[in-house]
Design a protein around this ligand. Structure first.
Ligand SMILES: Nc1ncnc2c1ncn2[C@@H]1O[C@H](COP(=O)(O)OP(=O)(O)OP(=O)(O)O)[C@@H](O)[C@H]1O
Ligand SMILES: [Mg+2]
Length: 295
Protein backbone atom coordinates (compact mmCIF):
# COMPACT_ATOMS: atom_id res chain seq x y z
CA UNK A 1 0.00 0.00 0.00
CA UNK A 2 2.97 2.32 0.64
CA UNK A 3 5.84 2.25 -1.82
CA UNK A 4 8.67 4.68 -1.20
CA UNK A 5 11.17 4.78 -4.03
CA UNK A 6 14.56 6.51 -4.11
CA UNK A 7 13.42 9.19 -1.69
CA UNK A 8 15.80 12.08 -1.15
CA UNK A 9 15.53 15.05 1.16
CA UNK A 10 17.91 17.97 1.15
CA UNK A 11 16.98 20.89 3.40
CA UNK A 12 17.42 24.52 2.41
CA UNK A 13 20.66 24.72 4.40
CA UNK A 14 22.01 21.84 2.26
CA UNK A 15 21.72 19.24 5.04
CA UNK A 16 21.02 15.96 3.29
CA UNK A 17 18.66 13.93 5.47
CA UNK A 18 17.67 11.13 3.05
CA UNK A 19 19.85 9.72 0.29
CA UNK A 20 17.70 7.49 -1.85
CA UNK A 21 15.50 5.57 0.59
CA UNK A 22 13.31 2.79 -0.81
CA UNK A 23 10.81 1.02 1.40
CA UNK A 24 7.60 -0.92 0.89
CA UNK A 25 4.80 -1.59 3.36
CA UNK A 26 1.93 -3.96 2.77
CA UNK A 27 -1.51 -3.09 4.12
CA UNK A 28 -1.49 -3.77 7.85
CA UNK A 29 2.28 -4.09 8.04
CA UNK A 30 4.05 -2.39 10.94
CA UNK A 31 7.69 -1.40 10.68
CA UNK A 32 10.05 -0.09 13.34
CA UNK A 33 12.40 2.62 12.11
CA UNK A 34 15.61 2.87 14.13
CA UNK A 35 18.91 4.65 13.73
CA UNK A 36 21.17 7.19 15.43
CA UNK A 37 20.21 10.78 15.99
CA UNK A 38 20.29 12.67 12.71
CA UNK A 39 19.90 9.49 10.61
CA UNK A 40 16.78 10.90 8.95
CA UNK A 41 13.98 9.03 10.74
CA UNK A 42 11.82 12.08 11.39
CA UNK A 43 12.60 13.44 7.93
CA UNK A 44 11.31 10.23 6.39
CA UNK A 45 8.07 10.46 8.36
CA UNK A 46 7.72 14.16 7.53
CA UNK A 47 8.19 13.46 3.82
CA UNK A 48 5.46 10.82 3.87
CA UNK A 49 2.85 13.14 5.33
CA UNK A 50 4.36 16.05 3.45
CA UNK A 51 5.17 18.23 6.39
CA UNK A 52 8.26 18.70 4.25
CA UNK A 53 8.60 18.37 0.49
CA UNK A 54 10.88 15.61 -0.75
CA UNK A 55 13.74 16.68 -3.03
CA UNK A 56 13.53 13.60 -5.26
CA UNK A 57 11.88 10.20 -5.43
CA UNK A 58 8.29 9.02 -5.09
CA UNK A 59 6.02 8.02 -2.21
CA UNK A 60 3.05 6.06 -3.51
CA UNK A 61 0.19 5.58 -1.06
CA UNK A 62 -2.32 3.32 -2.73
CA UNK A 63 -1.02 4.53 -6.07
CA UNK A 64 -1.13 8.28 -5.27
CA UNK A 65 2.32 9.87 -5.34
CA UNK A 66 2.47 11.90 -2.14
CA UNK A 67 5.76 13.46 -3.22
CA UNK A 68 4.09 15.26 -6.10
CA UNK A 69 0.45 15.73 -5.14
CA UNK A 70 -0.81 19.09 -3.88
CA UNK A 71 -3.96 20.98 -2.99
CA UNK A 72 -7.09 18.92 -2.66
CA UNK A 73 -5.31 15.71 -3.69
CA UNK A 74 -2.82 16.16 -0.86
CA UNK A 75 -5.58 16.84 1.67
CA UNK A 76 -7.42 13.74 0.55
CA UNK A 77 -4.25 11.62 0.79
CA UNK A 78 -3.44 13.00 4.24
CA UNK A 79 -6.79 11.90 5.56
CA UNK A 80 -5.50 8.35 5.12
CA UNK A 81 -2.56 9.07 7.39
CA UNK A 82 -2.66 9.36 11.18
CA UNK A 83 0.21 10.96 13.10
CA UNK A 84 1.32 10.18 16.65
CA UNK A 85 4.08 12.29 18.20
CA UNK A 86 6.49 12.00 21.10
CA UNK A 87 5.20 15.17 22.73
CA UNK A 88 1.59 14.23 22.04
CA UNK A 89 0.86 17.62 20.39
CA UNK A 90 -2.35 18.04 22.38
CA UNK A 91 -4.00 21.40 22.90
CA UNK A 92 -3.31 21.75 26.61
CA UNK A 93 -6.30 23.79 27.69
CA UNK A 94 -8.85 21.74 25.81
CA UNK A 95 -10.65 18.71 27.08
CA UNK A 96 -9.80 15.21 25.99
CA UNK A 97 -12.97 15.16 23.85
CA UNK A 98 -12.10 18.42 22.12
CA UNK A 99 -8.62 17.16 21.40
CA UNK A 100 -10.08 14.04 19.85
CA UNK A 101 -12.57 15.90 17.74
CA UNK A 102 -9.74 18.03 16.42
CA UNK A 103 -8.50 14.80 14.84
CA UNK A 104 -11.36 15.16 12.37
CA UNK A 105 -10.04 18.43 11.12
CA UNK A 106 -7.31 17.03 8.98
CA UNK A 107 -4.62 19.55 8.37
CA UNK A 108 -6.59 22.44 6.96
CA UNK A 109 -9.75 24.39 7.49
CA UNK A 110 -9.05 24.76 11.19
CA UNK A 111 -11.23 27.78 11.90
CA UNK A 112 -13.99 26.69 9.61
CA UNK A 113 -14.17 23.34 11.33
CA UNK A 114 -14.08 24.69 14.85
CA UNK A 115 -16.99 26.98 14.26
CA UNK A 116 -19.31 24.20 13.17
CA UNK A 117 -20.72 21.58 15.49
CA UNK A 118 -19.28 18.17 15.27
CA UNK A 119 -21.80 15.63 14.23
CA UNK A 120 -23.05 12.76 16.32
CA UNK A 121 -21.10 10.21 14.36
CA UNK A 122 -17.80 11.89 15.20
CA UNK A 123 -18.75 12.13 18.84
CA UNK A 124 -19.82 8.50 19.02
CA UNK A 125 -16.57 7.54 17.38
CA UNK A 126 -14.60 9.60 19.89
CA UNK A 127 -16.31 7.89 22.82
CA UNK A 128 -15.68 4.50 21.30
CA UNK A 129 -12.00 5.28 20.78
CA UNK A 130 -11.60 6.68 24.29
CA UNK A 131 -13.04 3.46 25.60
CA UNK A 132 -10.72 1.43 23.41
CA UNK A 133 -7.57 3.22 24.52
CA UNK A 134 -8.53 2.90 28.19
CA UNK A 135 -9.71 6.46 28.82
CA UNK A 136 -13.44 5.87 29.28
CA UNK A 137 -14.96 8.60 31.44
CA UNK A 138 -12.04 11.00 30.88
CA UNK A 139 -13.63 12.98 28.05
CA UNK A 140 -14.05 16.18 30.07
CA UNK A 141 -10.61 16.20 31.65
CA UNK A 142 -8.29 18.89 30.42
CA UNK A 143 -5.29 17.63 28.47
CA UNK A 144 -2.88 19.34 30.85
CA UNK A 145 -4.33 17.38 33.78
CA UNK A 146 -3.31 14.01 32.33
CA UNK A 147 -0.25 11.85 32.91
CA UNK A 148 2.19 11.23 30.06
CA UNK A 149 0.77 7.79 29.37
CA UNK A 150 -2.79 9.13 29.31
CA UNK A 151 -1.74 11.96 27.03
CA UNK A 152 -0.22 9.52 24.58
CA UNK A 153 -3.45 7.50 24.65
CA UNK A 154 -5.30 10.67 23.70
CA UNK A 155 -2.76 11.19 20.92
CA UNK A 156 -3.36 7.66 19.67
CA UNK A 157 -7.15 7.98 19.81
CA UNK A 158 -6.98 11.32 18.01
CA UNK A 159 -4.85 9.83 15.23
CA UNK A 160 -7.51 7.17 14.70
CA UNK A 161 -10.43 9.62 14.53
CA UNK A 162 -10.08 10.08 10.79
CA UNK A 163 -9.91 6.31 10.21
CA UNK A 164 -6.49 6.34 8.58
CA UNK A 165 -4.95 3.42 6.71
CA UNK A 166 -1.40 4.37 7.62
CA UNK A 167 -0.02 5.51 10.96
CA UNK A 168 3.17 7.53 11.22
CA UNK A 169 4.54 7.44 14.71
CA UNK A 170 7.53 9.55 15.80
CA UNK A 171 9.07 8.32 19.05
CA UNK A 172 5.83 7.49 20.85
CA UNK A 173 7.51 6.38 24.04
CA UNK A 174 10.45 8.75 24.37
CA UNK A 175 8.83 10.67 27.24
CA UNK A 176 7.38 7.66 29.05
CA UNK A 177 8.59 5.30 31.76
CA UNK A 178 9.48 1.71 30.75
CA UNK A 179 6.19 0.14 31.81
CA UNK A 180 4.00 2.85 30.26
CA UNK A 181 6.15 2.63 27.12
CA UNK A 182 5.35 -1.06 26.83
CA UNK A 183 1.65 -0.48 27.39
CA UNK A 184 1.64 2.19 24.69
CA UNK A 185 3.53 -0.01 22.21
CA UNK A 186 1.19 -2.90 22.91
CA UNK A 187 -1.82 -0.66 22.39
CA UNK A 188 -0.50 0.66 19.07
CA UNK A 189 0.23 -2.89 17.87
CA UNK A 190 -3.22 -4.13 18.89
CA UNK A 191 -4.94 -1.23 17.15
CA UNK A 192 -2.95 -1.81 13.96
CA UNK A 193 -3.87 -5.50 14.00
CA UNK A 194 -7.56 -4.83 14.75
CA UNK A 195 -7.93 -2.20 12.07
CA UNK A 196 -5.50 -3.48 9.47
CA UNK A 197 -3.39 -0.32 9.75
CA UNK A 198 0.08 -0.11 8.33
CA UNK A 199 2.51 1.88 10.46
CA UNK A 200 6.00 3.29 10.50
CA UNK A 201 7.13 3.64 14.09
CA UNK A 202 10.26 5.67 14.63
CA UNK A 203 11.77 4.52 17.91
CA UNK A 204 15.09 4.89 19.73
CA UNK A 205 14.74 2.00 22.15
CA UNK A 206 16.07 -1.04 20.26
CA UNK A 207 14.91 -3.55 22.85
CA UNK A 208 11.40 -2.13 22.84
CA UNK A 209 11.42 -2.06 19.03
CA UNK A 210 12.46 -5.67 18.69
CA UNK A 211 10.05 -6.74 21.41
CA UNK A 212 6.98 -5.44 19.59
CA UNK A 213 7.86 -4.90 15.95
CA UNK A 214 8.40 -7.89 13.69
CA UNK A 215 10.20 -5.89 11.00
CA UNK A 216 12.94 -3.38 11.63
CA UNK A 217 14.40 -0.85 9.24
CA UNK A 218 17.73 0.65 10.25
CA UNK A 219 18.66 4.07 8.90
CA UNK A 220 22.15 5.47 9.01
CA UNK A 221 23.09 8.88 7.60
CA UNK A 222 20.05 8.93 5.32
CA UNK A 223 20.39 5.39 3.98
CA UNK A 224 18.75 2.10 4.86
CA UNK A 225 21.44 -0.25 6.15
CA UNK A 226 19.12 -2.96 7.50
CA UNK A 227 15.63 -4.09 6.58
CA UNK A 228 14.67 -7.40 8.07
CA UNK A 229 13.19 -9.31 10.98
CA UNK A 230 13.63 -8.08 14.54
CA UNK A 231 15.34 -11.33 15.45
CA UNK A 232 18.08 -10.51 12.96
CA UNK A 233 19.22 -7.58 15.11
CA UNK A 234 22.57 -8.98 16.17
CA UNK A 235 25.74 -7.16 17.17
CA UNK A 236 26.87 -6.89 13.55
CA UNK A 237 23.65 -5.24 12.44
CA UNK A 238 23.64 -2.88 15.42
CA UNK A 239 27.23 -1.88 14.63
CA UNK A 240 26.26 -1.27 11.01
CA UNK A 241 23.48 1.06 12.15
CA UNK A 242 25.02 2.78 15.16
CA UNK A 243 28.76 2.14 14.91
CA UNK A 244 31.08 0.21 17.22
CA UNK A 245 29.84 -0.49 20.72
CA UNK A 246 29.53 -3.39 23.13
CA UNK A 247 26.05 -4.60 22.21
CA UNK A 248 25.93 -7.62 24.54
CA UNK A 249 23.31 -6.14 26.87
CA UNK A 250 21.00 -5.28 24.01
CA UNK A 251 21.39 -8.51 22.02
CA UNK A 252 20.77 -10.51 25.19
CA UNK A 253 17.55 -8.57 25.70
CA UNK A 254 16.53 -9.02 22.08
CA UNK A 255 16.90 -12.77 22.46
CA UNK A 256 14.96 -12.75 25.74
CA UNK A 257 12.20 -10.60 24.27
CA UNK A 258 11.89 -13.03 21.41
CA UNK A 259 11.41 -15.90 23.83
CA UNK A 260 8.74 -14.16 25.90
CA UNK A 261 7.13 -12.94 22.65
CA UNK A 262 5.00 -10.31 24.32
CA UNK A 263 3.76 -9.07 20.99
CA UNK A 264 1.67 -12.21 20.67
CA UNK A 265 -0.21 -11.48 23.88
CA UNK A 266 -3.95 -11.55 23.36
CA UNK A 267 -5.70 -8.21 23.32
CA UNK A 268 -7.12 -7.32 26.73
CA UNK A 269 -10.81 -7.80 27.25
CA UNK A 270 -12.59 -4.58 26.60
CA UNK A 271 -16.07 -3.23 26.65
CA UNK A 272 -17.72 -1.71 23.62
CA UNK A 273 -19.74 0.94 25.41
CA UNK A 274 -20.16 4.03 23.32
CA UNK A 275 -21.16 7.43 24.54
CA UNK A 276 -24.33 9.43 24.14
CA UNK A 277 -23.91 10.14 20.47
CA UNK A 278 -27.00 12.22 20.06
CA UNK A 279 -26.32 14.43 23.05
CA UNK A 280 -24.38 16.73 20.77
CA UNK A 281 -21.19 17.55 22.58
CA UNK A 282 -21.29 21.19 23.56
CA UNK A 283 -18.66 23.22 21.86
CA UNK A 284 -19.08 26.12 24.22
CA UNK A 285 -15.35 25.80 24.32
CA UNK A 286 -14.94 27.55 21.00
CA UNK A 287 -13.86 30.66 22.88
CA UNK A 288 -11.39 28.63 24.93
CA UNK A 289 -10.01 27.17 21.75
CA UNK A 290 -9.57 30.60 20.26
CA UNK A 291 -7.48 31.49 23.30
CA UNK A 292 -5.64 28.22 23.16
CA UNK A 293 -4.37 28.79 19.65
CA UNK A 294 -3.83 32.53 19.91
CA UNK A 295 -0.38 33.33 21.21
N1 LIG B 1 14.20 21.62 9.24
C1 LIG B 1 15.47 21.24 8.99
N2 LIG B 1 16.32 22.07 8.38
C2 LIG B 1 17.58 21.71 8.11
N3 LIG B 1 18.09 20.50 8.41
C3 LIG B 1 17.29 19.63 9.02
C4 LIG B 1 15.93 19.93 9.35
N4 LIG B 1 15.37 18.86 9.95
C5 LIG B 1 16.33 17.92 10.00
N5 LIG B 1 17.49 18.37 9.44
C6 LIG B 1 18.74 17.63 9.29
O1 LIG B 1 18.46 16.41 8.64
C7 LIG B 1 19.20 15.34 9.22
C8 LIG B 1 18.22 14.27 9.68
O2 LIG B 1 17.43 14.79 10.76
P1 LIG B 1 16.18 14.00 11.36
O3 LIG B 1 15.53 14.93 12.32
O4 LIG B 1 15.39 13.46 10.26
O5 LIG B 1 16.93 12.83 12.13
P2 LIG B 1 16.35 11.76 13.18
O6 LIG B 1 16.85 10.44 12.73
O7 LIG B 1 14.90 11.94 13.35
O8 LIG B 1 17.12 12.19 14.50
P3 LIG B 1 16.63 12.09 16.03
O9 LIG B 1 16.80 10.65 16.40
O10 LIG B 1 17.61 12.95 16.77
O11 LIG B 1 15.24 12.58 16.12
C9 LIG B 1 20.04 15.96 10.32
O12 LIG B 1 21.31 16.21 9.78
C10 LIG B 1 19.33 17.24 10.63
O13 LIG B 1 20.22 18.22 11.08
MG1 LIG C 1 13.66 12.45 14.94
Amino acid sequence: MLVIDSLEKRYANNDVALKGVSLELRAGEVVGLIGPSGAGKSSLIRCVNRLVTPSAGTIALDGVDLAHVSGRGLRRARRQIGMIFQEYALVERLSVMENLLSGRLGYTGFWKSWTRRFDGKDIARAYELLDRVGLAGMENKRADALSGGQRQRVGIARALMQEPRLLLVDEPTASLDPKTSRQVMRLIMELCAERGLAAIINIHDVVLATQYLPRIVGLKAGEIVYDGPAKGMDAMVLTRIYGDEDWTAITRNVAAAEESDEAAEPAAQRSTRSGPADAAYSLAATAVMAQAVTP
